[in-house]
Design a protein around this ligand. Structure first.
Ligand SMILES: Cc1ncc(COP(=O)(O)O)c(C=O)c1O
Length: 380
């Protein structure tokens, strides 16, 4: 199979990531970290601490204690949104947001805890900083920005938006699900209050891990309750970060893999992203020459996410055609209905091709050849 669905989950992982998963299950590490004082628990705990430190360093964060490990980006975004809610306040978000932002906001809105302001992205799918500035009112306490759209690949200028949020005294939460590993992100330089990332996408880890990194002045209330291995005599969770935000046994195989994935991405960052840029350019240049396609990704996009429709054929039928020809691409709304409302593709969504640096040019060529064959059938 040729795998071109990397925005969902990267399929091919570095060898070091697979080795790390195995290491977590090795008897020297397979214990409950942060719970017992024996060597094996400490060994596992040390790797988790190293993971926090590396993530903090990679994303220019505020310290290893300000890195809460979660089950993925959804949990990180939920924790940020639900854990910082200010009753009677306002949240500004955009039409690029994923359901892991839109749905918790909708819950809070229906419970009459907050109001929300939806900002439309511009013609090429980016969030205009001035539109965010105009949307902020004296009730706004939080702005949420999708950094790179999982539908169109459009990347917004979070640094400019960060400056605005800092000036206005509101928190900025960045959804880095698609940008982590691909865009340079520095929480301090970009004035990001909270950054949510997924492990299993551009960070090349396995499924089951993500992180919420947060600035020193942010107060986040826990959203799950249980054992933390600390302050166990108390019925309320500890007020120590990140323990208070991580109740339950940590998924060490996933976390070990995130450490290995982050090391790999850090070392090969330029190489990874130049390769993705080149493959994206080749794909888009070729696709823009074709008739009977509606492409929703701008021609100069570099991010490896390309959305389109074949005129006259349902996106799901196109995806089935590719699957029968051993190519994995994805159709539908990609869990981002607000974006499809804006694009006018809410019925059926789009077909999304998403590239990893492990893909080869011959794989893109094969995809284009099959696309030609499909389009030829339309002309006959
Ligand atoms: C933009 C965006 N945000 C959030 C998520 C949710 O991430 P996860 O699958 O790690 O929960 C995704 C996943 O596709 C995404 O693309």
């Amino acid at each position: 199979m040729i795998y071109l669905d990397n925005a969902s989950t990267t399929n091919k992982k570095p060898l070091s990531v697979k080795v790390a998963v195995k290491k977590a299950l090795n008897k020297k590490y397979c214990a409950n970290p942060g719970r017992s004082s024996h060597d094996i628990s400490i060994n596992a705990g040390n790797i988790i601490y190293e993971t926090r430190e590396l993530l903090n360093d990679f994303f220019g964060g505020y310290g290893a204690s300000n890195v809460a490990l979660t089950s993925g980006c959804t949990e990180a975004l939920n924790l940020a949104i639900l854990g910082t809610v200010k009753k009677g306040g306002n949240v500004v978000y955009t039409t690029n947001e994923h359901n892991s932002v839109a749905r918790p906001l909708e819950q809070l809105k229906r419970a009459k805890k907050i109001t929300t302001t939806l900002v439309k992205t511009n013609a090429i799918g980016e969030t205009e900083p001035k539109d965010i500035e105009n949307a902020i009112t004296d009730k706004t306490y939080l702005v949420i920005i999708n950094h790179t759209s999982n539908v169109t690949g459009a990347t917004s200028n979070i640094s400019k938006i960060g400056e605005i949020c800092k000036k206005k005294g509101v928190m900025l939460l960045v959804d880095g699900a698609q940008s982590a590993g691909h865009q340079k992100i520095n929480m301090k330089n970009d004035c990001i209050s909270m950054l949510a990332i997924a492990g299993h996408k551009g960070m090349l880890a396995c499924q089951g891990v993500g992180a919420l990194l947060f600035a020193n002045n942010i107060e986040i209330k826990p959203q799950k309750f249980g054992g933390t291995g600390t302050n166990s005599e108390q019925l309320l969770p500890p007020i120590v970060y990140p323990d208070s935000l991580e109740a339950g046994t940590s998924p060490t195989p996933a976390i070990f893999s995130l450490l290995a994935g982050t090391k790999y991405v850090k070392k090969h960052f330029e190489k990874i992203n130049t390769k993705i840029e080149n493959l994206t350019k080749y794909l888009l240049d070729e696709m823009y020459k074709k008739k009977n396609l509606k492409i929703y990704t701008t021609k100069n996009s570099k991010n490896g996410v390309v959305s389109f429709r074949v005129l006259g054929i349902e996106p799901s039928d196109v995806v089935n055609y590719f699957n029968q020809n051993k190519i994995c691409v994805r159709s539908g709304l990609h869990c981002a209905p607000l974006c499809h409302n804006k694009l006018g593709t809410i019925n059926g969504g789009t077909i999304r091709v998403s590239i990893s640096h492990f893909n080869h040019k011959w794989e893109i060529k094969k995809f284009l050849k099959l696309l030609d064959k499909l389009l030829l059938g339309l002309i006959k």
